[in-house]
Design a protein around this ligand. Structure first.
Ligand code: NAD
Length: 493
């Protein structure tokens, strides 16, 4: 773990094995934090916020540390991408060409953005004094991240939090802590003051819960399951902490009758199978107009059969193992349950076959004839599993798309401008893509509606989540008895 600027073991010396989901072999042992270790990290962050240099440094100086860390990460990117692929199971081409370089660009963006942070202009709103607004850090922020994009989610959480002067305790998911430790190492090497960033690795119910309850923590930011979000809110309510929650998704993918079907099929392939479908924005609900459904499905199945499963570290692999054996079992059980509900299995629904038996593989899976109210269409499966549904009217498409508890992301496919904009307004999702699925930039605010949570990752909006506005009033009259005092006692002058 990384606490107070030092690499430390758990006070109990306990460790957790980290296992490769490709062959089940142990790749590391990491310290396992309990409540005591977590309290130590919180104390370090509290001290660094209350008395340390980081919150008191000008934005320019904080930006310099970020730019140095980004440079070091760039130099170490190949090794970090390999570590990420080995630990998480994602393909090396995704880790090396997308996740890691994108995350580094996120840090560069935050370095610049923190220097432009504004509050409102000071003015004499009452006539007798000047009101000055300051945008200040919230304090000690606990950042809790999931296992699907370990490095990128750590950057999305600590990136905006730290740059505005907060201090952070970051808790990665226990299955995938390795790249987060490399992120901390880069910040340390870049000169981040001790205690400004601390990393603890431990179970959610113990280390995570301590972060939510501890009175020395001012804010909790979670990316994770919606059920975890509810627990975090409940635990954080005891001390009325600010929360920021990026939770689950069940993205709709609407293909209207006039859409470019070939483009939509390509979109469904990348949107549905990105990161093995372990993506909160994954295009899991394909809602296709009846007039193009058969054509769409035929082309989709052709493409699905081309997907190459294998060693995630091989450049030619399109789909690596899922993150863990137990997750593989969960995904296969969800497919089986979907079939028992009446969905028709058109492809997949199996593991990776005899050659890949040691890995947590799930073959790309297409379920047809899915009804919108089936569990498989309502609950997050978080694997390479696409549900195909059919609609005939515009209203029906929107009703199906909006008919889930989630509201994170979705896309629609049409060449008609009016349909595109009308549907984009009607969809209750934080990201809506038109004729594509997935693109995000460092500048684009990303976050959910409904039970997908609240707050934003990325973009300038994320900096607002981690700052509080203070209002300071300075009297300009210099007189003892002000013109309004009579409203409390006495008479007007
Ligand atoms: P998870 O909710 O199981 O775990 C996320 C983190 O929360 C882990 O670090 C875990 O240890 C911790 N945690 C678990 N219980 C806790 C508790 N009671 N108190 C405090 N912390 C606790 O999620 P996961 O399975 O690691 O990741 C997948 C989930 O993340 C999916 O639901 C996915 O949709 C979501 N996700 C959302 C976004 C987004 O931007 N909205 C991005 C990525 C992933």
């Amino acid at each position: 773990m990384f606490i107070g600027g030092e690499w430390v073991a758990a006070h109990t010396e306990a460790t957790t094995p980290v296992v490769s989901p490709f062959d089940g072999r142990k790749i590391a042992d990491v310290a396992r934090a309990d409540r005591e270790d977590t309290k130590r990290a919180i104390d370090a962050a509290r001290e660094a916020f209350d008395r340390g240099p980081w919150p008191r440094m000008p934005p320019r100086a904080r930006a310099e540390v970020y730019l140095k860390a980004a440079k070091l990460l760039g130099e170490r990117a190949t090794a970090i991408a390999e570590l990420e692929s080995r630990n998480q199971g994602k393909t090396i081409k995704q880790a090396a060409d997308a996740d890691i370089p994108f995350s580094i660009d996120n840090l560069v963006f935050y370095a610049g953005a923190c220097r432009t942070l504004d509050a409102h202009s000071p003015q004499e709103f009452t006539g007798d004094g000047t009101t000055i607004f300051r945008r200040e850090p919230v304090g000690v922020v606990a950042s809790i991240t999931p296992w699907n994009y370990p490095f990128m989610m750590a950057v999305w959480k600590l990136g905006p939090a730290l740059v505005v002067g907060n201090t952070v305790v970051l808790k990665p998911a226990s299955w995938t802590p390795l790249s987060t430790l490399e992120l901390a190492r880069a910040f340390h090497d870049a000169g981040l003051p001790a205690g400004a960033l601390n990393v603890v690795i431990g179970p959610g119910e113990e280390a995570g819960n301590e972060l939510c309850r501890n009175p020395k923590v001012d804010m909790v930011s979670l990316t994770g399951d919606t059920a975890t979000g509810r627990k975090v809110m409940e635990a954080a309510s005891g001390t009325v902490k600010r929360t920021q929650l990026e939770l689950g998704g069940k993205a709709p993918f609407i293909v209207f009758a006039d859409a470019d079907v070939a483009a939509a099929v390509e979109g469904a392939m990348v949107g549905g199978f990105v990161n093995g479908g372990q993506d909160c924005t994954a295009a899991t609900r394909l809602i296709i107009h009846a007039s193009v459904k058969e054509k769409f499905l035929r082309h989709l199945l052709d493409r699905v059969h081309e997907v190459r499963l294998g060693d995630p570290l091989a450049r030619s692999t399109d789909l690596g193992p899922l993150v863990h054996r137990s997750h593989q079992k969960k995904v296969l059980a969800a497919v089986e349950h979907g079939v028992s509900e009446g969905a028709k299995l058109r492809s997949g629904g199996t593991d990776g076959g005899p050659k890949l038996k040691d890995g947590a593989f799930v073959a790309p899976t297409i379920l047809d004839a899915v009804a919108p109210d089936m569990d498989v269409a309502q609950k997050e499966v978080f694997g390479p599993v696409l549900d195909v549904m059919e609609f005939t009217t515009y209203d029906e498409a929107i009703t199906i798309a909006n008919g889930v508890e989630y509201g994170l992301a979705g896309s629609l496919w049409t060449n008609d401008l009016r349909t595109a904009l009308k549907a984009a307004h009607a969809l209750r999702f934080g990201d809506v893509w038109i004729n594509d699925h997935l693109p995000l930039g460092s500048e684009t605010p990303h976050g959910g509606f409904k039970q997908s949570g609240f707050g934003k990752d990325l973009g300038v909006d994320s900096l607002y989540d981690y700052t509080a506005v203070k209002n300071i009033y300075v009297d300009l009259t210099g007189v003892a008895r002000k013109s309004w005092h009579y409203t409390v006692y006495g008479d007007p002058a």
